[in-house]
Structures are given as structure tokens and as C-alpha cells.
Design a binder for this molecule. Structure first.
Ligand code: 1HN
Length: 367
């Protein structure tokens, strides 16, 4: 196109966009009303996602229905994903811009065959038989008991099994949305690599947890060379230990008005987050107490593991949760958390805060 000064501003911009160009004034300027506010230069972040809370009982009912319509063989992973209504048109299965979450089911005698991917993932167990449900991560048989946290870091083989006498349901948390956006997803099925659908069991869970007693690890034994050195070798965190840590801190009177009593699951090698891209923590909110609101640049998903809480947001929006409900809070949205009952509440969380911290974008501000 040659320069045509006689074009009106509107016609010029229309032509520009039609030819796959744009300009700061249209795409980014804070005064422009033509773009999504999330992509303008606003004084503080405006997320492309909305706060949202999904009821576990609604999701669970659908997962059960799905189990009579789709086998694990067909589905590879039979799950129901949590979808943020403002992201559904342009991101696959996103609870928040970087985070994916879902619940997965195995009935007795079912299994989900081995695969691996660069996206990091964790499993948080919601319902499980007394024994017999487990995930095999790189040959380690890790039991799935209520509240246990199991990691399947970047490029680790993992398959799930239920040899128990009742169903197992767990939450899958992944950083895979970020991996899609940057073009970082690799994936393969074990059967195509080795001819086997499942891994052999080489170790029990104590081979993982006992390794950290002396404060030393045999990294080569835990993870062969092809797996990134940044991977967290502590791939199993039993709920009993996490819960005991919270009780002990509560007894000591620990806690912060803006956080409650919170412990982070850390990579013991770096003392950093569970994964380079994604952190996990567990928090106790004492009976009849409130965690005060704050702005934070993190996308965070809360899962109610015990009790019930109410999240209060701007414009009188609120979410009251029940057991295993999943609540997503986008970056910078302030929310307080109230536990008005007579028993403590426990919230698990999945956050992309490590990304902000690593990139130098992390900020927080009191309301
Ligand atoms: C995955 O590997 C699992 O291993 C579950 O159970 C859900 C969603 C997206 C990408 C990979 C699993 C997943 C997933």
C-alpha cells in the first residue's frame, strides 16, 4: 500500500489490521477502547482470566458419567478439566492463563498407560481405596492415599494403576498452558519407545522419602541423565507429613495476617519451588479467622482439603467452598479468605509465582 494521507484514521486502522499489522495506539494504548483491557498498558495488571470456583460434586458427577462412556484405554487419561469461562475460546482447558487442572478417575482394576511430556505435573489425591492405588514415576511405586502429593516432573515416565477395591480420584495440576504458548510441548507414549505400555516397578515409596533423611541424594539413581537437573527428586509428599507440619506450626502460634499458616512443598536440592514453573503449598486457616486481601502477581488455584472457607472479592463477589472444590484467582485480583466455622480449614494451592519471580515480574501490594 502506498501512503494515502486522504484516508480517515478509522479507515487507515481497519486497513492496517486487515493486512496483519497493528499499532501501539490500537493494541496497547491505555486510552484505546478497541482492545481487551488485559492487553493494554494499565497501571497494574488486568488479567485475561476471571476468578472462578468449580464445585467438586458437579465435576465428580460428570467424571463418573464419563467412566461409562469412555474407557481408560481409549481416553489414555479419563478426566474432567476445569475451564475458565473467559479463556475457553482461545486456550485449551485452561483454569488460569498458565495453569491446567482436572480430576481423573480409575475404577478398580483400571490403569492409565505410561507416557511422558515436558510439561510438569502433580497429582493430589482426593478419594482412594485403603491400598492398591498408585502412580509409577520412573519405576518408583508411589501410593495414592487421601491428600498425598505426587510429582511427575518434566520428561518423567508415569502410569497410574488401581489394584484396590474401590475407585481412586485425584486432581491433576499442570503448567502445560505456558508450555503450549511458548512452543515447548514434547510428548511421547512409552509403547512407541520401548514396546511396553507400563513401567516395571523398581522401588517403593520409601526409596524416595528415605533418601532425604541424611540430606543427600544419589541424583543419577533418582533421575537418569536425559532428565533435566532442575527436576525435583522428592516426587512424593505424603499428606500425613504436610498435615502434621501445619498442626505443629499452629500450636507454635505461627501465621501471617495475609497468608494464614502456610508451608510450601519445596525441592530439597534447591529449597526452591516444587517445579521451576509451578509451586505448591498447603495452608491452614484457623477456625473463625480471616486471611486479609492483598494484590499479588501470581495465578493461583486453591483446593479445599478440609473444612470450608469463603473467598471475598471486589464488587461483593464471593465463593464459599466445600471439600475438594477448586477456586482460581488470576493475577492481582485481591481476595480475603474467611473460615467462619468452628474447625480449621486446609487449602492446597498451585501457583505460577515461580515464573514471575524468575522473570523479575513478581510484585505484591497491600489493599
Ligand atoms: C497428563 O499427563 C495426565 O498423566 C493428566 O495423568 C492430565 C493433561 C494434559 C497433559 C497431560 C496424567 C493431563 C496430562
Amino acid at each position: 500500500m502506498s501512503a494515502t494521507p486522504e484516508l480517515s484514521r478509522e479507515a487507515f486502522i481497519e486497513d492496517l489490521i486487515a493486512h496483519n499489522f497493528t499499532t501501539y495506539f490500537v493494541a496497547t494504548h491505555s486510552k484505546s477502547a478497541s482492545s481487551n483491557p488485559a492487553f493494554r498498558f494499565t497501571p497494574s495488571p488486568v488479567s485475561i482470566a476471571v476468578p472462578y470456583s468449580w464445585s467438586y460434586s458437579d465435576a465428580r458427577e460428570r467424571l463418573m458419567s464419563l467412566s461409562s462412556l469412555l474407557t481408560t484405554e481409549e481416553a489414555e487419561r479419563r478426566n474432567i478439566n476445569f475451564v475458565n469461562p473467559s479463556l475457553k475460546d482461545f486456550m485449551p482447558a485452561a483454569a488460569l492463563p498458565t495453569l491446567r487442572g482436572g480430576i481423573q478417575l480409575l475404577l478398580p482394576d483400571e490403569q492409565a498407560y505410561s507416557h511422558r511430556h515436558t510439561a510438569n505435573a502433580f497429582r493430589l489425591v482426593f478419594e482412594a481405596p485403603e491400598s492398591g492405588a498408585y502412580t509409577n514415576v520412573e519405576g518408583n511405586r508411589l501410593p495414592m492415599s487421601m491428600g498425598d502429593l505426587i510429582l511427575t516432573p518434566n520428561w518423567t515416565w508415569h502410569d497410574h494403576h488401581n489394584e484396590g477395591d474401590s475407585h481412586v480420584i485425584w486432581y491433576d495440576g499442570l503448567d502445560v498452558l505456558m508450555a503450549y504458548w511458548i512452543g515447548g510441548v514434547f510428548y511421547e507414549e512409552m509403547v512407541d519407545v520401548t514396546g511396553e505400555k507400563y513401567q516395571a516397578i523398581k522401588h517403593g515409596a520409601n526409596a524416595v522419602t528415605d533418601n532425604f533423611g541424611p540430606g543427600m541424594i544419589h541424583r543419577r539413581k533418582m533421575f537418569p541423565d536425559h532428565i533435566p537437573a532442575s527436576n525435583n527428586p522428592l516426587i512424593y509428599y505424603p499428606y500425613s507429613k504436610a498435615r502434621a507440619a501445619l498442626t505443629e506450626l499452629a500450636d507454635q502460634g505461627a501465621g501471617d495476617p495475609h497468608e494464614g499458616i502456610v508451608v510450601e512443598y519445596v525441592n530439597p536440592v534447591t529449597c526452591g519451588p516444587t517445579f521451576p514453573t509451578m509451586g505448591t503449598s498447603i495452608r491452614l486457616i484457623k477456625e473463625q479467622s480471616t486471611v486479609e486481601a492483598m494484590h499479588k502477581t501470581e495465578n493461583i488455584i486453591f483446593i479445599t482439603m478440609e473444612g470450608s472457607v469463603t473467598f471475598h472479592l471486589p464488587d461483593d463477589q464471593k465463593f464459599t467452598t466445600e471439600l475438594h472444590d477448586v477456586t482460581a484467582m488470576p493475577s492481582w485480583v485481591p481476595y480475603s479468605i474467611t473460615n467462619s466455622s468452628k474447625t480449621p480449614a486446609v487449602l492446597f494451592s498451585q501457583t505460577d509465582r515461580p515464573l514471575f519471580e524468575t522473570l523479575g515480574f513478581y510484585r505484591e501490594q497491600k489493599t
